[in-house]
Design a protein around this ligand. Sequence first.
Ligand code: GLY
Ligand code: MN
Ligand code: MN
Length: 462
Amino acid sequence: MFPSEVYVERRKRLKQQIGSGMILFLGNDESPMNYRDNGYHYRQDSSFLYYFGLDFPGLAALIDVDADEETLFGDDYTIDQIVWMGPQPTIRERGETCGVANTVPAKQLGNALQNALHQERRIHFLPQYRAENLLRLEALLGLHPRRINDYVSESLIMAVAAQRSVKSDLELAEIEHALEITREMHVTAMQMTRPGVYEREVAGRMEGIALAHGGRVAYPVIFSVRGETLHNHFHGNQMQQGELALNDSGAENPNFYCGDITRTIPVGGTFSPRQREIYLAVYAALEKCLQAVKSGVKFRDIYLLACRSLFDDLKALGLMKGDAAEGVAAGAHGIFFQCGVGHMIGMDVHDMEGLGEQYVGYDDTVQRSSQFGMCYLRLAKALQPGYVVAVEPGVYFIPQLIDRWRAERKFAEFINYDKFETYKGFGGVRIEDNVVVTESGCRILGPAIPKTLDEVEALAGT
Ligand code: GLY
Ligand code: MN
Ligand code: MN
């Protein structure tokens, strides 16, 4: 947790932005795995963490913007809870750590909200993504759970998104810490990648590293020789000589900030000539994107830059044909690059995606495309100094997609399907870095993590 002044200052700015009304923040509660007292790993809501820093279930906060009053709702532990869970700070003490002096029992939230509703005060709240909180809001506001997200406050979403998007130096230091842990995970994975080892052994070791540093993994580990599946969470394959293992994994540090790094590793220690060619194409696309990222540039243009670069390099290999700009404009690159080229990172690995991508990744100047591939862009709008983004081009040979498009003769003027046939089983290559945007460019965050062909080969299987 940061010093209390950090949270006081963040709330002060939010109040200035919102101007009037009440702002309601719900913390997350425990979520049972199979019975009430055996829960999933507890994770506080990131916006609650951003404004209050308190990593405990059972909390809510109400800000009366007009009266400039902030109230934290929560209960002290009963003696029975202390017996099972140990002594805990009181709600008053918790309030002090985030600069909220007014603390009251949780059950008073209902009355406070009813009073506000009777006075026809506006109650601003954020989109809800947990069933428990939808039910809480049903009880508090009398709205049907299925309709609650129709009543969210757009002005609150936009104010929170704008504030959380620009990372302070304190936050950048936290992300760099997460990336130090992430580096240890990736270096260990490279060393463990050899024929005969199961993916789960590597995935488990990486998760252990994240836990040992006092945090956890920022998202489910992707470590797979079937790297063409974009979010592949299966870890049951035994790695074979000559395969590629794609490792997309990152730590969440003890203060809840994330790293999100991908490296692709040859099983057996050396890339085959064909693997080298595709690896170099992805590496070149990443380099071009990193050169181009800077304040004012639309992230959609970074995506298009990656697409054209990959198209040209795959054309040189005989996989694509025709003009790269035309092929990309038509959407033919979807045969090898089916997703966006990155997203914001912060306390959520896809930062603030729960607030709605249209508020975080888009604005009046950029509309979402309906084109296959481009429709998945999580971030398209112009970058600003202080944005932290993942940049992650890749090439993925998905046999089912190749078959489908070939049968439809889709983009046959741009795609050499006979050549693509020969890449079935190749897998996928993704290389992902995390950067902070500056006025004049960007800076790669965290320590260097082996990335060139030579660096990766030097570590693989050692
Ligand atoms: N780790 C998920 C992603 O790169 O988007
Ligand atoms: Mn990733
Ligand atoms: Mn990512």
